[in-house]
Design a binder for this molecule. Structure first.
Ligand code: CA
Length: 226
């Protein structure tokens, strides 16, 4: 799971980041609204943790802006804890809120609940392209009716391709979304994982769904030509 924290208090941000990384989540942090907005629009996150009082763009404005462009789960972090603030947050499209200070376990439970609720209700519950079928709730993948076992990383890679169907994705974009923003582009880890995924979902099937775009990256689409 990939998480964006937008929080200007460095101590709070690093406390959350450290805890989430211990849970094996990939975490990006922005310390103001503008930087947070950039990351939120650039990358795909499974959830955004958004502080209310932020420099440049405040959390409520930013929540509304993100919501216009995406359905990503948003959990507001509010230090104020006032009813008005919470209502305003939920009105701008936040999925839930947590009042600071909070215990890390509380945050973790809230994150899991929001993500689960959203994916249960979301359009991505089931997906079908050609004879590829995915159940996002059970994370079950099938091609031509046969169950295919994917590792967690391969599954996220496939999910990323599906979200970006028909768009050429560069190795750097894939790396940033599946690993993290500080990824070293000198390695061929993206090619390695794309090949793992291809061997499982494409190799023995037709049409091919993952295609190499030479010099640019990869594209996910139904294509009978190769
Ligand atoms: Ca703040």
């Amino acid at each position: 799971m990939k998480i964006l924290i937008i929080e200007d208090e460095h101590s709070v941000a690093s406390f959350i980041k450290k805890g989430l990384e211990e849970q094996s989540f990939v975490v990006d942090v922005a310390y103001d609204g503008q930087a947070g907005k950039q990351l939120a629009f650039q990358n795909q996150y499974d959830i955004i943790l958004l502080d209310v009082v932020l420099p440049h763009i405040n959390g409520l404005q930013l929540c509304a802006q993100i919501r216009q462009a995406s359905n990503v789960p948003i959990l507001m972090l509010t230090a104020l804890g006032t009813t008005g603030d919470i209502v305003a947050g939920l009105d701008t499209g936040a999925d839930d809120y947590l009042t600071k200070p909070f215990k890390f376990q509380e945050l973790l439970a809230r994150i899991r609940a929001v993500v689960r609720r959203k994916s249960d209700a979301g359009v991505e519950t089931n997906y079908k392209l050609a004879d590829l079928e995915i159940d996002f709730k059970t994370k079950q993948v099938k091609r031509d009716g046969k169950t295919i076992k994917l590792t967690a990383r391969e599954f996220y890679l496939l999910q990323f391709f599906i979200r970006n169907k028909g768009i050429v994705m560069s190795r750097a974009e894939i790396a940033e979304n599946i690993w993290d923003a500080s990824f070293d582009s000198g390695t061929n880890i993206v090619d390695v994982y794309v090949n793992y995924l291809r061997n499982k979902i494409d190799k023995n099937f037709s049409p091919k769904l993952i295609h190499t775009v030479y010099g640019m990256g990869y594209i996910f689409k139904e294509d009978y030509s190769d």
